[in-house]
Design a protein around this ligand. Structure first.
Ligand code: APR
Length: 233
């Protein structure tokens, strides 16, 4: 019996690419059309809130129109059938893991379908635009922002993530370029804790050399095959 008990999976934009959601650093990627500093920083929001709200209104609408793909469904199957610890840490702001049926999911960069009131700190599930400044359901102030972690802000769940990495026997990275920290450093934390590390990605990422094994291909092919392998052990 394989000794793997505790698995941590990190997902990035690449796992949602085949659901039609743009990644960030490809030629037609989100950061090719918008400068990060214009739409994904607290300073940008203070400078031009309508531009930032419109950028996330578009991404929220895109998420609602997208469907989970075979990779999301495979991870949901693993979540259902895996009796050990499992944590799917996603950098993605879409809810495709959850819509595929996964439960043990942590959105370290926040969620497109979340609104956060800067007046009363309440958080709400949100599917409508925010650029028309709707009132907060809790305090009625027109102070809602996307519940997204912008550059320069602290990602969510870091304590829980590093605790899971410290206990991990296996760390699997799916569809991420390894360009943004702290997520890009998780493979080292897992390896230091003695975990085996596997990368499933379309292209070699910036951190590929840090992994025990890299498999190249689309997530919709690689992830179901890997889940089959892990559950068959
Ligand atoms: N299957 C698997 N991998 C894919 C696929 C696919 N179909 N399509 C693209 N990829 C891979 C690319 O090869 C690339 O390595 O997904 C990765 C996407 O990289 P990025 O666009 O940099 O996205 P990500 O790694 O998630 O970015 C991390 O950066 O801008 C911030 O907050 C943003 O969460 C994001 C973070």
């Amino acid at each position: 019996m394989d000794a793997t008990r505790n698995i941590v999976i990190l997902t990035g934009a690449g796992i949602s690419a085949e659901s039609g959601l743009a990644t960030f650093r490809a030629e037609d990627g989100l950061w090719e059309e918008h400068r990060v500093e214009d739409v994904a920083t607290p300073e940008a929001f203070a400078r031009d809130p309508v531009l930032v709200q419109r950028f996330y209104d578009m991404r929220r609408a895109g998420v609602l129109a997208a469907q989970p793909n075979a990779a999301h469904h495979a991870l949901a199957r693993l979540d259902r059938d895996w009796t050990g610890d499992l944590l799917i840490v996603t950098q993605n702001i879409d809810d495709l893991h959850e819509r595929a049926g996964a439960h043990r999911v942590l959105h370290m960069h926040g969620e497109a379908l979340g609104a956060w009131c800067t007046a009363c700190d309440a958080r709400h599930r949100w599917t409508e635009p925010l650029s028309d400044n709707p009132p907060c359901p809790a305090c009625s102030e027109g102070a809602l922002r996307p519940d997204i972690v912008w550059f320069g802000e602290m990602p969510y769940g870091m304590e829980r993530i590093f605790a899971a990495l410290a206990d991990a026997d296996l760390f699997v990275s799916v569809g991420t370029s390894g360009a943004v920290y702290p997520a890009a450093g998780f493979v080292q934390a897992a390896a230091e804790a003695g975990a085996r590390t596997l990368e499933l990605n379309l292209d070699r990422s910036l951190g590929s050399r840090l992994f025990d094994e890299t498999r190249l291909g689309p997530a919709s092919t690689l992830v179901p095959a890997w889940v089959e392998e892990v559950l068959a052990r």
